[in-house]
Design a binder for this molecule. Sequence first.
Ligand code: ADP
Ligand code: ZN
Length: 744
Amino acid sequence: MTEPATKPPTTYVQVALNLPLRREFTYALPTGATARPGNRVRVVFHGRKLGGIVTAVTDTCELPPAKVRPVDAVLDADLLLPESLLELARRMAHTYGCSLGEALDATLPAVAKRRGQRLIPHLERKAPLDLAQQAVQELEDKHQEQSRVLRTVLEFGGPMPVRDVTRRTGTSDSPWQTLVKHGLLRRVLIAEELEELVPAIEERAVRHELNEHQQRAVEQVAKTVAARAHRTFLLHGVTGSGKTEVYLRVLEEVRNAGRSGIVLVPEISLTPQTVGRFASRFPDVAVLHSGLTDAERGRQWQRLVQGRAKIAVGARSALFAPVQDLGLIVVDEEHETSFKQDSTPRYHAREMAIVRGQIENAVVVLGSATPTLESIGKARRGVYELLTLPERAGAGRLPQILVQDLRGEPKEARRAGVVLSRTLLVMMEERLKARDQVLLFLNRRGYSPVLLCPGCGEAVKCDACSVSMTWHVRRGRLVCHWCCAEKRRPETCPTCQHAGMHELGVGTERLEAAVKQRFPQAIVARMDADTMAERGAHERVLAAFRKKHIDVLIGTQMIAKGLDFPDVTLVGVVSADTGLFVPDYRAAERTFQLLHQVAGRAGRGEKAGTVVIQTFCPDNYAVTAAANNDYDAFVQQELGFRKVTGYPPFARLLRVLAEARHEDEAKRLLLAAVTPLRPLADVEVLGPAPAVIHKVKDHWRWHMLVKAFTKAAFEAAMAAVGTVEDLGTRTCRVTLDVDPSSLM
Ligand code: ADP
Ligand code: ZN
């Protein structure tokens, strides 16, 4: 027997899998198949078929060939992740301590991962309505999650996407599956809507003559774009100063040069109003946001890949838009916390936008009326170039801001929880008489955040979490805002049987009731996560408000930004204090930002606007700086505090969170993890200690906060702390969070 003359050499590929394992895996390509880095493949991993991305192709392999399994299939060979996005994912994995596969997963739209899928699962009622309603009651005690799922679907009315059901109820798949098994619900496959995304353009497409500040900003940015150089600009402009107009002008130039641009906006401001402004200027804009079905998102993605759309507008993940010849990335409202993803990979879209800009030689513009201390710090050190728009553009003038000290309100009103001060009531009356519109802002949903027993002082807590439950009147339930659990309202105190529980504190639902009672003739609408659950509700309410079918709009942070309604002449901040005492070093910064943004909703048109800020802390520097519209004063004060306490921008933070059913386990795990960090230079560790929210969903939570004062110290700390897969155990979940946005 002779050897076969030519056995074709085997080609090997390195494959990154979406698993928390920080390495790639070697597979062999079947004879005849080809693949390039960026291709998707299907492989068998420990008996499971998984999708992965090819990161390298080689002719040799260090493993014994017998040990190398073949690639199951090369998927959509024509769909290639560009090298620049591969590189971005590598940088992301390194910075945030996740695996390359996890980072890559974030860069692909779901449809690219599950191609061919056109039907999405929905849940609808199967049993007769009365039976189903009865079941909601019966399940309430023993099978709370099932009860919640069933009620949510019934309330929705028609078929509801499974994805939305689980998200809204905070449940896994098993409760709805059980309901289906028992014949109460039915799972149906419904074709995705392919409705046109870009809303009807009713927005003004006016192309204003730029004022001198805008002109200068546009020139500076456009010049750098034309030079194909990477540079980051910080565009600091007060609300209504015409930042958006600056983005639009630079984008025009980018597009005229045949290049592409990406605009990142906070999810919340992806309203038809914002999108309309881009769409009216660029008919070929691709809009990407989380409300899209997979098919819609995939369609937008294809348009960008093929260069049919050159401008992508979207929330955080639009950062990965596969555009060709990227010229500009805009991060609007760069201070928004929604740019930080709160699940793996925990990336910050602003930071990764800058990395993508470096990789592709693109210009990055960060815009805000209230830049973060990190960004303004870098601008002052010359890392970013600062551009300023100091005045409102066009007709609008900055509003007059009054700080209303609630300590002067009558005692009875204070005890009940002041809702509306006398000053605010008088002004509302005036404005409503004049047929102007009023915005009332309160960053807390529900009726009252605490149900308290006046007998023993105990509040009703969630059974699974260490937080008090919020009373929701319309739902008729106490709701845990951490795990979505619900409870019936107890008639008597569960601890001491005292009759009559007190509703403590004010949420938007209670505020709405108070306003309706006080102004029975006014049309009042509320905009918060509870009233906006349905698809399209947001757009409907805003359209009604625009048409002046609504007199008073009450809302949470949903109404804080982006809205531009010329007839809003009064904005009331019902409580400036809700965020001030949160145990987070950014409490003051976030309060200042929010107050400034909310105030920016008044006086956008010809008419002058007034803002009333109600507070028990009128002397707090965040409140006074917001009232005086004095960003610099706030920054100076706050930077001083940060320097002394060693927080960003003077340190970089890493939070390590451990969660386990047995508290001891979480604690022990962190006590071991902290040891290698202790000897590091320029590193300081706070904790390990119980997290502020000590228990969530029956899991005890411990955390530690690592502060690194130099770049090298940060790298050393990341290396010393190890990986999630090394740290975590089957019974204790570990989260590494770089630049954490929440410390709770
Ligand atoms: P920002 O993004 O800073 O909040 P916008 O770009 O939304 O500001 O502008 C605020 C308002 O001023 C908008 O109604 C916009 O149409 C208008 N505007 C912008 N630039 C000009 C200008 N140069 N002249 C007149 N009006 C302008
Ligand atoms: Zn809970």
